[in-house]
Design a protein. Sequence first.
Length: 351
Amino acid sequence: MDFPSLHIGELCARVPIIQGGMGIGISLSSLAGAVAKAGGIGVISAAQPGYQEEDFFRNSYGANERALAKHLARAREIAPDGVIGVNVMCRGHHYAEYVKCAVKNGADIIFSGAGLPKTLPSLVEGTKTKIAPIISSAKAASVLLHLWERHHHRTADAVVIEGPKAGGHLGYTREEVAMWGNGGYEEQIGDILKVVHSYEEKFKKKIPVIFGGGVFDKADISHYLSLGLAGVQMATRFVATKECDAADAFKQMYVNARKEDITLVNSPVHMTGRAIRNAFVTRAEKGRIPPDHCFNCLKTCNPATTPYCITMALIRAVKGDVDNALIFCGANAWKINEITTVPALIHELTE
């Protein structure tokens, strides 16, 4: 099956698949580089990429900035001609600095969600780096694109819709997730497409819209492309690959997960999240787990009241301490039954 290439301005990905950004440390240079080399768009997560740096606990920001530059360089070595992006969360401290670091070090595109990236255009002004907001409703798309037009006199280069079956932090309440759990979200996609098309006409440019959230196989990709979308974003599928930057124990949690193990959690980011139920999730549901150290990573987190430290929960996850960690995943993680390679997975999804 031949899927069309994904064009974002002058950028071209032979395969219309964006590998979603996954932090902490799940999608760094190894995974992003492999996906870009295989023809998709590889994405490095800017969420605490410096967690392995020697001075991370003393100087988190400095370690993260250094590591982000390092991983962009490594990914480019793996895929010299590939498309490589960086995902930067709006709700994190040093948002502007991480975006500028990514731009300076050669990121082709910035993906930004977990809030509305209102200032993103000004941070890439005068550069070739593309910008793609991650949104979850027509209202969010309308508000953000209007704001960008009014204050920055430009629009998005691409738009990513994250649906209710996505992993990690969700732009939906538990009630909305339940409402769309058995389908019906296509109407929302249509509404978002209408908003984006109106800005295509205003700015006389093509703005590809990409859908992520529960996309699992070739049939899913065909379905979303048939709705008028230009491509898909997949994150969960890329965890169970040899190139994924996480520990093998983390990947094995996906392979072993049953459908009933996939659950919704309350995150210190003050958003609903989706994760694999384990001992940590059960413990967090019973009461607060006071943090031992604050990394000052989130604007919305108060260490005196936070239910747990999300940075440490995710660091333990990527390192393989899976009983004491938050294992983010998408709704269809339970369908994964083996660890493969990125080239083999891309082939399975597109050929």
